[in-house]
Design a binder for this molecule. Sequence first.
Ligand code: MN
Length: 261
Amino acid sequence: MASHVFDRTAEARLAVLDAHCHVDLFLDPSAVVKEAESLGIRTIAVTNAPSVFTYTRDLTATCRFVRPAIGLHPELVCSHGHELELFWPFLEETRYVGEIGLDYVTTDPEIRARQRHVFSTIVERCAARGDRILTIHSRRAVADVLATVGEAFPGKAILHWFSGSPKQLERAATAGFYFSVNPAMMVSRSGRALTATMPRDRVLTETDGPFVKTVRGPATPPDTAGVITSLASIWGIQPQEARDIISRNLRGLVGSPDASN
Ligand code: MN
């Protein structure tokens, strides 16, 4: 046996928040939930379509730390856009919304327009509810995402895996957005450079598992510990201090340390 067995549990103690995890897309979703619960990692379990929301809702029904989010992914508007009407009753059941947003990898103007319709309708409904927390996809579409959410959105909006320009990042920060950063961003030069310019009080951790992978496989909530370590190095502080910053930001996001929702 190697004497330097990697102590995952010790490192995982740094993990406090996975603000964007596709729990339902893992081979064993309940194992992911169980691990996050046992380590006390606040996890936003995003979903990609209203028709699959109840699975995650029911899986997390008795959780202290894992919260289900109702979503409709921009890349699924063609196949699942008709489910938008199903969205509204679920929006009454949870404060968390995602994955939603815009993805302009498609250049088809009709699909883009359809994405904007779905996204802006959801944002409007969330604004009317007041306290919703949104986790937003904005690939190649940051300008339109910012314009849609606006500066007066009454809830909280997180730009997940931000990959826009430094100028757009500055605009988003001024508009009050949060940024959730993941293991893939921490190993990319541009991801680290962008992260360094984010206001520290607006940075959150995420995995975007199972899409983001680490050397151990699809990233799960404890892998946000590695993100904390990377943030500490980017910020030039100790990992424990970086952890405290993320904890504080989490409280700012949800409103109180033991918020029941
Ligand atoms: Mn995602």
